[in-house]
Design a protein around this ligand. Structure first.
Ligand code: ADP
Ligand code: MG
Length: 316
């Protein structure tokens, strides 16, 4: 987006993440409304505080169904569907393992194998029973916990986009801790692709989009190190350990930020070759993979352009 001096930026820390709103007009009350909306949404989905609709579902595991609001029901239904795709490494019932590893929340050791094995038995998405009529969610086994951490930010970014559109805003960017959603952008909004394990302002390149979402999931965001090994926060639902492959990050460019959030996790699990083949068949979803060999691999660039800034990375 240029010229830059036309852009007004508003920031806050919500959901444990830095939030940035960019507008082309100075409008503090609108920014306050946006931050209020984010807070409200967070209160529905968080599993990091005792009281939320999702926590109520978790607390009733093995005991009784809980009636939730329509948006929460719909997001849970979507998460269940994605979790049940063949070979999916997305699993929204991974909660017990996320809590056990505590990666990004002071976790610094590998849980005992027996504990991981035990918790894996509590991560069957089929044991989440949905009743659309009653709008209720029931976790069949005590100890099960759903975790929407992989998709809540994308969902909320889309709600912010909807709200701003209702307010007749024609150009805006919202960044929810790495989930970016945009409205308009003349000529384009530029979104930095972060360099893994480097300072926050160090970029591999810039992704330019107009009215699209850009979501990056990387193994360098939340992790701990032990005996020279890194343990990051996207877990393999099969093994209960952090997913391990050639990728440092996956970025998805798509109209909806919720899709970006879903596909970053799915494609992270697939790796480059399978991931590229998969999105070639999926309309509206495009990707940028960054590998440990410093390769930057872009899918067909219909919804974005990418400019490489760091020559130590190789654009493929
Ligand atoms: P962030 O943008 O906050 O780094 P991501 O969108 O990459 O988060 O999702 C990571 C979060 O998703 C984890 O912190 C955890 O709460 C949850 N999670 C971890 N592994 C999985 C998985 N295999 N499937 C679904 N959710 C997961
Ligand atoms: Mg995600």
């Amino acid at each position: 987006m240029s010229p830059d001096d036309r852009v007004y930026a508003y920031s806050a820390v919500l959901m444990g993440s830095p939030i940035l709103l960019k507008l082309l007009e100075h409008n503090q009350p609108l920014a306050a409304d946006v931050f209020r909306l984010i807070k409200q949404q967070e209160n529905l989905f968080t599993v990091n505080r005792p009281a939320s609709e999702v926590m109520a579902v978790n607390q009733a595991a093995g005991d009784h169904p809980v009636v939730v609001s329509q948006p929460v029901f719909d997001l849970i239904a979507r998460a269940r569907e994605i979790s049940l795709l063949t070979g999916s490494c997305f699993n929204f019932t991974i909660g017990p393992l996320v809590k056990c590893w505590k990666i990004g929340f002071q976790g610094n050791s590998i849980p005992p194998a027996a504990e991981i094995a035990r918790l894996l038995t509590l991560t069957n998405p089929r044991q989440v029973i949905l009743d659309r009529q009653a709008r209720s969610v029931f976790l069949q086994t005590k100890g099960m916990e759903i975790d929407l951490g992989a998709i809540a930010k994308g969902y909320i970014a889309d709600r912010v986009r909807d709200f701003l559109r209702q307010q007749q805003v024609t150009d805006a960017l919202i960044n929810l801790g790495g989930n970016v959603q945009t409205i308009g952008g003349m000529p384009d909004w530029g979104i930095g692709l972060k360099k893994p394990f480097a300072g926050p302002d160090e970029l591999i390149g810039v992704i330019s989009v107009c009215g699209k979402s850009v979501v990056t999931s990387g193994i360098y965001e939340r992790y701990f190190e032990l005996a020279g090994q890194r343990y990051h926060h996207i877990l393999d639902p099969q093994s209960g350990f952090p997913l391990d492959n050639e990728l440092l990050s996956v970025t998805i460019i798509s109209p909806q930020s919720i899709d970006g959030d879903i596909y970053t996790t799915l494609l992270y699990g697939m790796g480059v070759d399978k991931g590229l083949a998969y999105i070639a068949e999926t309309p509206d979803i495009e990707a940028i993979f960054v590998t440990r060999q410093r390769q930057v691999i872009c899918s067909s660039q219909r919804q974005f352009t990418f400019t490489l800034l760091d020559n130590r990375y190789q654009l493929q």
